[in-house]
Ligand binder design. Structure first.
Ligand SMILES: [Zn+2]
Length: 106
């Protein structure tokens, strides 16, 4: 699961990359969440302080988007399971279609 922290290299940090995390209550100002992480892309050891309110909002959004992604996957699974295995003639058609493409649009 992604957390609302981004490494200096731009990689969005995953919960698996977190080394230490804690919530700190402050006498003045908003409470904060402290996160120490090791980036799996650039190996940077990073630290972030995030306002607790913002942390909760971002985590709420992340959980909602993951739930939406799971719904898409289950729809795809139903679609693919009804199609049966890929036949040899379909593989040949796909190969010929790829061979005839000048470029791929993403
Ligand atoms: Zn990084």
């Amino acid at each position: 699961m992604k957390i609302p922290v981004t490494c200096i290299c731009g990689h969005p940090i995953d919960a698996d990359e977190v080394i230490q995390m804690g919530a700190y209550m402050r006498l003045t100002g908003p409470n904060v969440v402290y996160v120490r992480f090791r980036c799996s892309v650039c190996n940077h050891l990073g630290e972030k302080l995030i306002e607790q309110q913002r942390w909760h909002e971002k985590m709420h959004d992340a959980v909602r988007s993951e739930a939406a992604a799971e719904t898409v996957v289950s729809v795809e699974n139903e679609q693919f399971s009804s199609m049966g295995p890929i036949r040899a003639d379909e593989q040949i058609d796909f190969h010929l279609a790829l061979a005839g493409m000048a470029h791929i649009e993403l």
